[in-house]
Design a protein around this ligand. Structure first.
Ligand SMILES: [Zn+2]
Length: 327
């Protein structure tokens, strides 16, 4: 059965590589004696908290060493998205992670695009992650580089990394640079830090917020999100697995929706969290009790919040099934 068409706005390309593709890359580069087979690979990527997640992320990147590796990784991720029925994805990529291999932002994005082009069934727009841990000066330079890569499908800049150590305010010049070039801005905020981080990201120029669920702790901020129609890219399994939410039953998604906040559902890093978008949509029905029609509305909300011209967003909305799928 052909899956229903789907849209996703918050997923990291390097965190969506299928395990089989990553295993190929590990073997290509001589392997790791501590990881003798693909089952061991799964154990190597397991973690218990946010620190462990960052350690697993970093280990995985060790095997992406060349433009060809990045192209193969991108093709693998896109293949997994196409298999789920995704027709449009906004995928974060973090070029600075590959600077040690001598690859600059333009070279990384070109390599990823080469891989994505092998999977024409899904349109993948790229969000260049400025990675807050490298500081505001690097972010400004990276935003300027991203602004010159729109022809390779870069539609926005993002800001990931350690939110508590690197608040968003210092990155306002980088966001202004991106927006002046017509790029969107989305910031990871209100995930490991509290609601003040969400307000700060908006004040700094963010148009969408990655996660942002801790906004629920501040009524005035919730009112602002509703008033300014700020879209939150919600990733429930990610929040559970990194330990920022203790139990799914504690996740504020239902309360955010009840308050009228614009939200979508997203997978964040399927390789590391073991959950793709289809899983998140099932979770919304089975754990949060959302009706199929409501879940379909969240998909339409994702289309409406895409970093695309209005005519393209309208086509995306039309392309989603007119009747809800069966997540
Ligand atoms: Zn993320």
């Amino acid at each position: 059965m052909t899956p229903a068409p789907l849209i996703e706005l918050h997923v990291h390309l390097e965190g969506a590589i299928p395990a089989a593709t990553l295993w190929e890359l590990v073997r290509r580069h001589g392997g790791d004696p501590a990881v003798p087979d693909q089952a061991a690979l799964g154990r190597r990527l397991a973690f218990r908290d946010f620190r462990g997640f960052i350690a697993a992320w970093t280990w995985k990147n060790r095997w992406l060493r060349s433009a060809d590796d990045l192209a193969d990784a991108a093709a693998g991720s896109a293949g997994a998205w196409a298999a789920q029925g995704l027709i449009y994805v906004e995928a974060h990529c973090s070029p600075v992670d590959f600077a040690g291999s001598g690859l600059g932002t333009a070279a990384v994005v070109a390599a990823l695009r080469r891989g994505l082009d092998r999977v024409p069934q899904v349109e993948v727009a790229l969000i260049v992650d400025l990675v807050r841990d490298h500081g505001p000066e690097h972010a400004l330079a990276c935003a300027a580089e991203a602004a010159a890569l729109r022809h390779l499908g870069v539609v926005a800049v993002g800001l990931g990394g350690r939110e508590t150590s690197f608040p968003a305010a210092a990155f306002a010049p980088a966001f202004a640079c991106a927006r002046a070039a017509g790029l969107g801005v989305t910031v990871h905020a209100g995930e490991t830090a509290g609601p003040a981080g969400v307000a700060e990201a908006l004040d700094a120029g963010a148009q969408r917020i990655g996660h942002g669920f801790r906004a629920i702790e501040d009524d005035a901020l919730i009112a602002r999100l509703v008033r300014e129609r700020i879209h939150l890219e919600i990733c429930p399994t990610s929040n559970l697995r990194t330990g920022v939410v203790r139990r799914l039953a504690d996740h504020p998604l239902p309360r955010l929706l009840a308050a009228g906040v614009d939200c979508s559902l997203n997978s964040d890093d399927p390789l590391l969290f073991g959950a793709d978008l289809a899983h998140e949509l099932r979770l919304a029905r089975l754990e949060f009790g959302l009706a199929r029609e409501r879940i379909h509305q969240l998909q339409l909300a994702a289309a409406a919040a895409a970093f695309q011209p209005e005519a393209r967003r309208e086509r995306l909305r039309a392309a989603l099934a007119s009747t809800p799928g069966d997540p």
